[in-house]
Design a protein around this ligand. Structure first.
Ligand code: KG4
Ligand code: ZN
Length: 336
């Protein structure tokens, strides 16, 4: 079969990114224009500012992505764009740009779910990875446990009832005085502390998650006693949230493997920005060793938002010829 080149466009939050990917797995370019320095001073993403910066950046980022991949628009087989979930104004910039490209170049348009993109990041990092596997998606906006039965066939086993895990990380970080985005700052500071503060972990009956109890407990402890060691607080927060992640993932794995109708699963795949966390990675590696299962997480630069993962997820839709029409709209609360 001839090589398929997909162009990925990602603008769902504060990264304008465009990428060229070959056959869903090989990154030819992945240009990311991060707005973090712009939003840092506000302590979080300001949607209107994000949209305006996407408009300013998207054309140059695209040119750069083509140049780095050493291809022209003519070489591209399909334009894949994130149409949700995300900030509506930010998404619309990518969607409008992708539609214009699709129309002008007469190339198919592919609507890509941002969360599916996070999963696909692993297909880039691990060329041999194939479904079925269990996927834990931990990002700024989402926490999902998903049984990936095939490239396009997913079953959601659990999701968060309140805060996404990354949201809890960012909130805790902000309150204790760490800069946005807080996840990487907590990761670093926790390494200097001990997980010696007991926090109320919420382990639900089913496979859903709840992080607001842990988050609120940390915030209350800090407010009551601002001199409490922040590194210990971060380490304890990481431990409590990771205990819940591990517990549910293990339960999900047992549930899948108990069902005789399922193909046995021996792979756990982590995805999303929070899967960059070094403590979470360490704990999952330990779980893998104990259970004799292989643990996957994307290389660091593919954990957080980027367009290569969108071009990869789009490739699998391309194979199914699932094309979008030019009336495609952004869907801010799109589900998996
Ligand atoms: O996947 P992502 O880029 O955006 C969404 O789709 O939501 O995830 C961003 C989230 C932020 O909450 C950020 O604080 C968190 O990922 N994050 C981390 C780390 N690196 C990024 N959280 C914990 N430890 C990290 N090393
Ligand atoms: Zn994301």
């Amino acid at each position: 079969m001839r090589d398929i080149l997909t162009l990925g466009i990602e603008s769902s939050c504060d990264e304008t990114s465009v990428s060229v990917v070959k056959n869903g797995r090989e990154v030819l370019s992945n240009v990311i224009n991060s707005q973090i320095p712009i939003h840092e001073k506000f302590g979080g993403v300001v949607p209107e500012i994000a949209s305006r910066n996407h408009v300013e950046a998207i054309s140059d980022v695209t040119t750069k992505a083509l140049q780095e991949a050493n291809v022209t628009f003519e070489d591209i087989d399909a334009i894949c764009v994130t149409y949700g979930p995300g900030l509506v104004g930010a998404l619309l910039v990518g969607v409008a740009y992708a539609k214009a490209l699709s129309y002008a170049l007469n190339k198919p348009l592919i609507a890509t779910n941002h969360i599916e993109g996070h999963i696909a990041a692993n297909y880039i990092s691990f060329k041999e990875l194939e479904p079925p596997f269990l996927c834990l998606i931990v990002s700024g906006g989402h926490t999902y446990l998903v049984h990936i039965k095939d490239y396009r066939n997913f079953e959601i086993l659990g999701s968060t009832r309140d805060d996404a895990i990354g949201e809890a990380y960012d909130k805790v970080a902000r309150v204790i005085g760490l800069e946005y985005p807080g996840g990487p700052k907590i990761d670093a500071l926790a390494k200097e502390g001990q997980a010696n503060i007991e926090l109320p972990e919420t382990h639900l009956e089913n496979l859903d998650f709840s992080f607001s109890g842990i988050k609120t407990a940390v915030l209350n402890l800090h407010h009551k006693n601002p001199s409490l060691n922040k590194a210990d607080l971060c380490a304890s927060f990481e431990k409590a949230t990771t205990d819940v992640l591990i517990d549910n993932t293990k339960k999900a794995l047992d549930l899948i493997n108990k069902d005789k109708n399922n193909e046995k699963i021996d792979k756990i795949v982590l995805a999303g920005g929070v899967s960059a966390n070094s403590y979470i990675r360490k704990r999952f590696m330990e779980l893998g060793k104990k259970e004799n299962i292989r643990i996957y997480f994307p290389e660091l630069k593919l954990c957080t938002d980027n367009a290569a993962m969108i071009a990869s997820a789009g490739y699998f839709k391309f194979l199914d010829k699932e094309f979008a029409s030019l009336d495609l709209n952004a869907i801010p609360n799109l589900k998996l």
